[in-house]
Design a protein around this ligand. Structure first.
Ligand code: AP5
Length: 220
C-alpha cells in the first residue's frame, strides 16, 4: 500500500503514521524527520534546510524531491510506504507522479486529516518529542508518565524549535498557500479520503483504516 498523509502542521500525521506502520508493516517516510536528522548531524543538507525550517518556510522542492527519489527506491519500500509531509506543493506532487510512473506503482490513497487552526496551536505548543528515540507526546493530550522523560526509552523530552506560536502561525500560512491546493489535486485523481482529525487518537486511526479499506464510502 502506498499512502500519503496530508494535513496541516499538527494534524496528527506523525501520530497516525506510527499506528499505520505497525498495522501495515510498511515504512513511514517523513521528510520533516529526515531534514531534522540532517540538521542535528550538521550535514550539508541540514545546513541548507535549517534556515527555512526555523522560519516555518518550505525547503526548496528540488531538495525534498531528491530525498524522496532516493528513499522510495530502497528495498524496504517495495511493499509500500506512508509518505508523511510529502508532497507539500503541486510541483512536488507532479514530481512524485513522474517518479512513480517510472517505478510502475501509483499512490493508492491520500488521507487528508482535517483540523482547525486554534486546535493546531494548542497541539503544537504542547508537543514534546524524545531526543533519543523520537517518540511523540503532548503535555496535556498524551503526557508521559514522568514529566520530561520518555516512557519508551527514558530519553529527555524536548520541544521542536519550530513549535513556537509565531513560527506555527507562519507554517499555517505556508500550508494554506502552498499545500492546501493538493486537496483539489488529489480529489481530481479520485484518491482523496478526508478524515476529521479532532477527537480520540485511536478513533481517528480506525477512521483512517476504514477510509482506505472502503474508499467508496469515505468523504472525498
Ligand atoms: P514536518 O516535520 O513535516 O512538520 P509538519 O507538517 O508541520 O507536521 P508536524 O510534524 O508539525 O505535525 P503532525 O501532523 O505530524 O502532528 P503530530 O502527529 O506530531 O515539517 C517541518 C518542516 O520541515 C517544514 O516546516 C519545512 O520547513 C520542512 N519540510 C518537511 N517536509 C517538507 C516538504 N515536503 N517540502 C518542503 N519542506 C518540507 O501531532 C502534533 C501534536 O498533537 C502531538 O503532540 C500529538 O501528541 C498531538 N495530537 C495528535 N493527534 C491528536 C489528537 N487527535 N488529539 C489531541 N492531540 C493530538
Amino acid at each position: 500500500m502506498r499512502l500519503i498523509l496530508l494535513g496541516p502542521p499538527g494534524a496528527g500525521k506523525g501520530t497516525q503514521a506510527v499506528r499505520l506502520v505497525n498495522h501495515f508493516g510498511i515504512p513511514q517516510i517523513s521528510t520533516g524527520d529526515i531534514l531534522r536528522k540532517a540538521v542535528k548531524d550538521g550535514t550539508e543538507l541540514g545546513t541548507l534546510a535549517k534556515g527555512y525550517m526555523d522560519r516555518g518556510e518550505l525547503v526548496p522542492d528540488e531538495v525534498v524531491v531528491g530525498i524522496i527519489r532516493e528513499r522510495i527506491a530502497e528495498p524496504d519500500c517495495e511493499r509500500g510506504y506512508i509518505l508523511d509531509g510529502f508532497p507539500r506543493t503541486i510541483a512536488q506532487a507532479e514530481a512524485l507522479d513522474e517518479m512513480l510512473k517510472k517505478l510502475k506503482g501509483g499512490i493508492d490513497h491520500v488521507v487528508n486529516i482535517a483540523v482547525g487552526d486554534e486546535e493546531i496551536i494548542k497541539r503544537l505548543t504542547g508537543r514534546r518529542t524524545c531526543s533519543s528515540c523520537g517518540a511523540g507526546y503532548h503535555i496535556l493530550f498524551d503526557p508521559p508518565k514522568k514529566e520530561g522523560v520518555c516512557d519508551k526509552c527514558g530519553g529527555k523530552l524536548i520541544q521542536r524549535d519550530d513549535d513556537q506560536e509565531e513560527t506555527i502561525r507562519a507554517r499555517l500560512r505556508v500550508y494554506r498557500q502552498q499545500t492546501e491546493p493538493l486537496i483539489a489535486y488529489y480529489k481530481r485523481k479520485g484518491l482523496l479520503r478526508t478524515i476529521p482529525g479532532v477527537g480520540n487518537m485511536e478513533e481517528i486511526f480506525e477512521a483512517i483504516l476504514k477510509a482506505v479499506e472502503e474508499p467508496d464510502k469515505a468523504d472525498k
